[in-house]
Structures are given as structure tokens and as C-alpha cells.
Design a protein around this ligand. Structure first.
Ligand code: IDP
Ligand code: MG
Length: 153
């Protein structure tokens, strides 16, 4: 009888400058690890305004975009590739809604975010977004290592 192997996915998560500044890197990582995520890659980086424009193309026309650029470039971020079954959807659930007042209690944003803008963490919203964000932050990684639908034993 074949042994069932649960397919895993990888997703992209980023601890924003407020999370790093407030010393929440361990807290955020622990929440993912307790849920069964494995850290595949981690990197502490300083984003440029170009990085932010590439990361948030859907927000470029928003009136608050300059503030987002200012915030996201205000200090280092921690970029993460995390692996788990249903990683993309599970990470969005753990992170919670954009506005901490609307986020599910127990989610990172409900528990730790101080406003819509200063919301501690980013998580990719689809498999294709995850692939694009991983390629941007970890350009040296081989494609197969970045495959969000990769199935491994
Ligand atoms: P998400 O982070 O939950 O996916 P997006 O709509 O993709 O939400 O927005 C990206 C980030 O831009 C948010 O996490 C938040 O930091 C910021 N942002 C989104 N909407 C607003 C707003 O109305 N005011 C201020 N900042 C916002
Ligand atoms: Mg988003």
C-alpha cells in the first residue's frame, strides 16, 4: 500500500520594519513554526523604494502609497520562504486581515499590529505572487526550490 505523502507548498512572508524594530521576529516566526511551517530561507534586508514599488504594484496609484514606501524603507525587513501544506492560504490565515481591527483574534495582526499601515507582517496572496516575491528577494534560488506546488517526500 502506498504511503500517503502530504503535498507541501512554499510561500513568501516578510516581517515589516515595525516588526523588526519592535523585536517581534522570534514571536512571528514561532507562530508559523508552531503551525507546522518550516523555514526554508531567511534574509534580513533593507528595501529600496524600487523594491517597494515592485512588491506592491497594486498600490502604486493609492494616495497613501508614499507613506507605504516611507514605512517599508524605514528599517530592515526579514524576508522568509516558508514551507507547509497549503502554505499560501495558511499563512494568510495566520497573518489575518489587513486592518488589525478586522483581523481574527489570535492572528498576528489582531494580536500585534498597531494600525492598518503598521501591521507587522506581509504574506503572499496567491501561489503566483509567492513565486514572484520569492524570485525577487531570493534571486539566487533555483526554480525548483521556489516552486510553490512542489511535492516532496
Ligand atoms: P495585505 O498586506 O493584507 O495583503 P494589501 O491590500 O496588499 O494588504 O496592502 C499592502 C499593505 O499596504 C498593507 O499590509 C498595509 O500595510 C498597507 N495598506 C493597505 N491599505 C492601506 C490603507 O488604507 N491605509 C494605509 N495603509 C494601507
Ligand atoms: Mg497584499
Amino acid at each position: 500500500m502506498a504511503i500517503y505523502k502530504q503535498a507541501t507548498e512554499t510561500t513568501f512572508v516578510l516581517i515589516k520594519p515595525d516588526g523588526v524594530r519592535r523585536g517581534l521576529v522570534g514571536e512571528v516566526l514561532a507562530r508559523f513554526e508552531r503551525r507546522g511551517f518550516v523555514v526554508r530561507r531567511a534574509s534580513c534586508v533593507q528595501m529600496t523604494s524600487g523594491d517597494v514599488a515592485e512588491h506592491y504594484p497594486h498600490l502604486a496609484a493609492e494616495p497613501f502609497f508614499p507613506e507605504i514606501v516611507g514605512f517599508m524603507t524605514s528599517g530592515p525587513v526579514v524576508a522568509l520562504v516558508l514551507e507547509a501544506p497549503n502554505a499560501v492560504a495558511a499563512a494568510r490565515q495566520i497573518v489575518g486581515a489587513t486592518d488589525p481591527m478586522k483581523a481574527e483574534p489570535g492572528s498576528i495582526r489582531a494580536d500585534l499590529a498597531t494600525s492598518v499601515r503598521f501591521n507587522v507582517v506581509h504574506a503572499a496572496d496567491s501561489e503566483s505572487t509567492a513565486r514572484r516575491e520569492i524570485a525577487h528577494f531570493f534571486p539566487g534560488a533555483r526554480d525548483e526550490e521556489n516552486d510553490v506546488s512542489d511535492e516532496r517526500s
